[in-house]
Write a new protein. Structure first.
Length: 361
C-alpha cells in the first residue's frame, strides 16, 4: 500500500519536472485508481486468509469432536467421518465399510425424500449402548428446490426439484446411554411408587390449592366407583355423593394451606355412589414446595369402619354388663317382685336400646 503511494508520487513528480501540467489530472486519477485497486486486493487477500484460518479451525473442531460426525452421500457412501465416527462404526461392526450403516438406510431415504432434519434413536444390544443420530440434509441448489415446492394457485404443491448428486447428509451421533438409563430408572421408580400407592388400603390423594385432585390411588378411586384417570384433574363433584362435600373439603384445604399445619380430622361417615357407608378418618398435611411455600395437600384417609363398629360393640357389651349387675342388685334388694321385674326390664331395655321388653313365665 505504501509502496503504491510512493510510486504514484514519484510518477507525479517526474511529470511536474518535465512541465506537462495538462497530464497532471490524468496522473492523479490513475494514482487514485491504483491505490483503490491495491486496497481492494489487500482486503481480499486478508479475507481469504481469515476464511482459511476459520475453515482450518472448524475442521479441527470436527476432528477433535468426541461425538461421531459423518457426511453421507445421496447413494449412501460415507464421504467423511471423524475419528470418533470410526470408533462408532467399530461398535456397529462396520469398521472397514465405506457405506452408511444399514440401520440408517430407512432414515436416509426419508431425509432425501422429505428434506427435513430427522432424528433416529437406536440401541446396540451387544454393548448395551444407546445413541441418537441427527440427520441434517444439505441440499445443493436449495433455492430452486424451494421454488419448485411452492403452492400453486389451486393450493397444491408443485413438483419437488430433483436433488443434486452433490448433495449430502450430515449425521451427528450422540451417546444417550446415560440419559436412557436415567429415564428407565425414573420410570421404574415411578412404577414402584404407583405400586406402593395402589397396594395401600388407605385412600391416598393429592390436591392443589384450588381443590383439584392431582393424584389418587386405586383404593380411593374404587371406593367412589370411578378410576384414577377420571379422578385426576377433577374437583370431586363428579364422584362425591353430595355437592356440599366439595365445598367442605375445599374449606379444610384452604385452612391447612394458610396455616401450614397438619390436621387430623374427626371420624366421619362417607357414602359412596353405590350407597355403601363407611367410617373414615382423614389426615391432611401441606406439601412444602422447593421455595418453602405450601400449595398442595396430601391426604390419607383410613377406613376405620371395623374399628368403629368393634368399639361400639364393646361399649354396648359394657353397658349391658353394667346393667345386668344393677339388675341383679335390684332383684336381691327389692321386696316387691313385680315392681322389681318391671324395673329390671326397663333397665335392660335402655341398655340394649329397644323400645319394649317382655318377660314370659
Amino acid at each position: 500500500m505504501g509502496l503504491c503511494i510512493y510510486i504514484s508520487g514519484m510518477a507525479l513528480t517526474a511529470v511536474l519536472r518535465h512541465d506537462h501540467p495538462d497530464v497532471i489530472p490524468a496522473m492523479i486519477t490513475v494514482s487514485i485508481v491504483i491505490i483503490l485497486l491495491v486496497e481492494v486486493l489487500y482486503r481480499f487477500i486478508v479475507r481469504q486468509r481469515l476464511l482459511q484460518e476459520s475453515l482450518s479451525i472448524a475442521s479441527l473442531l470436527t476432528e477433535e469432536n468426541p461425538e461421531p460426525v459423518f457426511r453421507i452421500a445421496t447413494d449412501g457412501r460415507i464421504l467423511y467421518r471423524n475419528p470418533a465416527a470410526v470408533d462408532h462404526l467399530e461398535i456397529l461392526g462396520m469398521s472397514t465399510d465405506r457405506l452408511a450403516p444399514s440401520l440408517w438406510a430407512e432414515t436416509i431415504a426419508e431425509v432425501l425424500q422429505t428434506r427435513h432434519v430427522t432424528n433416529l434413536e437406536y440401541e446396540v444390544p451387544e454393548y448395551g449402548q444407546h445413541f441418537d443420530a441427527l440427520f441434517v440434509p444439505i441440499i445443493l441448489h436449495a433455492d430452486e428446490a424451494l421454488a419448485a415446492d411452492q403452492p400453486t394457485a389451486d393450493g397444491n404443491h408443485g413438483p419437488v426439484a430433483p436433488i443434486s448428486p452433490d448433495s449430502y447428509i450430515n449425521v451427528y451421533v450422540i451417546a444417550t446411554t446415560t440419559r436412557v438409563e436415567l429415564e428407565r430408572k425414573r420410570e421404574e421408580e415411578q412404577a414402584f411408587l404407583r405400586n406402593v400407592l395402589d397396594t395401600s388400603p388407605s385412600f391416598i390423594f393429592v390436591k392443589d390449592s384450588e381443590g383439584k385432585y392431582l393424584l389418587c390411588n386405586e383404593a380411593f378411586a374404587h371406593f367412589f366407583g370411578t378410576t384414577v384417570a377420571q379422578v385426576t384433574g377433577s374437583y370431586g363433584a363428579e364422584f362425591l355423593p353430595h355437592p356440599h362435600l366439595v365445598e367442605k373439603y375445599q374449606r379444610e384445604d384452604r385452612t391447612i394451606i394458610e396455616t401450614g399445619h397438619e390436621q387430623i380430622l374427626p371420624p366421619e361417615q362417607v357414602i359412596n355412589q353405590s350407597g355403601t357407608m363407611r367410617w373414615v378418618q382423614t389426615v391432611k398435611r401441606p406439601i412444602t414446595n422447593p421455595h418453602g411455600g405450601q400449595s398442595h395437600i396430601l391426604g390419607v384417609t383410613t377406613d376405620i369402619t371395623d374399628v368403629t363398629l368393634a368399639a361400639e360393640s364393646l361399649r354396648a357389651n359394657d353397658r349391658l354388663l353394667l346393667t345386668l349387675a344393677k339388675a341383679a342388685n335390684v332383684l336381691l334388694t327389692e321386696t316387691d317382685l313385680d315392681s322389681a321385674m318391671v324395673h329390671v326390664l326397663t333397665m335392660i331395655g335402655e341398655a340394649t336400646e329397644v323400645d319394649r321388653a317382655y318377660l314370659f313365665t
